[in-house]
Design a protein around this ligand. Structure first.
Ligand SMILES: Nc1nc2c(c(=O)[nH]1)N[C@H]1C(S)=C(S)[C@@H](COP(=O)(O)OP(=O)(O)OC[C@H]3O[C@@H](n4cnc5c(N)ncnc54)[C@H](O)[C@@H]3O)O[C@H]1N2
Ligand code: MOO
Length: 340
């Protein structure tokens, strides 16, 4: 690459080699004030001086060199997965934006490897964040003004897509356990809470069965929802260590496979997940009725996005898996909402 540095007046009539950034703190503006290729005119000189420019760079690329914007345009389709669109480049940077609500999914090792190259940086929201349509989920920037074509080609081969998996409209059955609720001694607090969570993810609560602390009755209620075609059955209460806590046994008796029982995160450590055919059965501890957010929330996000969590992923929930109990809950903008 050949650079020629010119005084502003000498650059009149010549095209800019790259976007020029202006930051105006008073007006709260930051952006590309002049774009690459803009022909410098007399009228621009005062603005350029106010941006601190006394010189401009002319650039001639070598045959095996790629301009920052062109490199960004080549990397964009590599990392743009399902449910994501790219915007830019501006000032050498592209942003990835969700085209619908869903769960952010990508290979962390692929992001780490792209960032190991040194010529560009990739920054993402945490993997498995729930995101909204129009939200920025990742961005990348080419660091120097031009990069070697060979490096871009290597990244084109090794880069992996960043996806936003849409939430599926699951049909959910709710089995509420506990003698005190079945007998009307206390009012159920779980039904309305779960309905809100399910509806927020685009699903439907198809019904609620309230049963006592009886293993067979709980198993029957789960089975009935599965027979009716529920995609997901959530059971609540009776998940702990008391003599009357029979929900885990009931789930076991119905399920094909128990994926986990107990997760390294709080609140909600007594969470359980099992499968029956294509359907899932969740055992949710009673803290869900008390706390704003528990492990049930990230689990529902995964299940609605069609992600079957692996044992290793669940073990990693412990990293960042302690809820801060903020005075005003900021979920999902916290480590509790999205962990490796
Ligand atoms: N010694 C130990 N104690 C506890 C452990 C433990 O490991 N050792 N685990 C704790 C955890 S973690 C949780 S969470 C709680 C609750 O566990 P359970 O799921 O077994 O909850 P229950 O015993 O069924 O009920 C507790 C409490 O919540 C009320 N409840 C239950 N369901 C509803 C509902 N649908 N609506 C309103 N209120 C409900 C229930 O009446 C009880 O008062 O245990 C810790 N303890
Ligand atoms: O399932 Mo329990 O919170 O960990 O309260």
């Amino acid at each position: 690459m050949k650079f020629t540095v010119l005084a502003l007046e000498e650059a009149l009539g010549l095209p800019l080699a790259h976007d020029l950034t202006q930051i105006d703190v008073e007006k709260g503006y930051k952006g590309a004030r002049f774009r690459r290729g803009h022909i410098v005119t007399e009228a621009d000189l005062e603005t350029l001086r106010s941006m601190g420019r006394e010189h401009l760079t002319l650039m001639e690329l070598g045959p095996d060199e790629v301009h920052e914007d062109d490199a960004a345009l080549r990397l964009a389709p590599v990392v743009r997965g399902r449910g994501v669109e790219t915007r830019g480049p501006r000032e050498g940077k592209c942003v990835l934006v969700a085209t619908g609500d869903g769960l952010l999914e990508y290979d962390e090792k692929a992001v780490e490897s792209l960032n190991g190259q040194g010529q560009w940086i990739f920054a993402t929201l945490p993997r498995h964040s729930p995101v909204r349509r129009g939200e920025q989920v990742a961005a990348f920037r080419i660091l120097p003004l031009c990069v070697a074509d060979e490096e871009v080609r290597r990244a084109e081969k090794t880069g992996r897509p960043i996806d936003v998996l849409p939430f599926r409209p699951l049909e959910v059955g709710l089995v509420t356990t506990g003698r005190e609720i079945a007998q009307g001694r206390i009012k159920d607090a779980f039904g309305p809470k779960l309905e809100r969570k399910v509806t927020a993810l685009g699903g439907r609560l198809r019904g609620q069965r309230i049963v006592g602390d009886d293993r067979e009755a709980i198993a029957e209620a789960i089975g009935a929802f599965l027979d009716e075609g529920a995609d997901l059955v959530v059971c609540t209460g009776g998940m702990s260590v008391d003599a009357d806590d029979l929900t885990p046994e009931a789930i076991r008796s119905v399920a094909d496979e128990v994926l986990f029982r107990g997760v390294p995160a709080l609140p909600g450590s007594m969470l359980m997940l099992a499968t029956k055919g294509m359907a899932f059965v969740v055992g949710a501890p009673a803290c869900v009725v008390h706390d704003e957010r528990t492990t049930l929330d990230p689990l529902l996000q995964l299940l609605f996005a069609g992600v079957r969590p692996t044992e290793r992923e669940i073990r990693l929930w412990g990293v960042g898996g302690l809820c801060r109990h903020c005075p005003v809950c900021v979920y999902p903008d916290c480590s509790f909402a999205a962990r490796p």
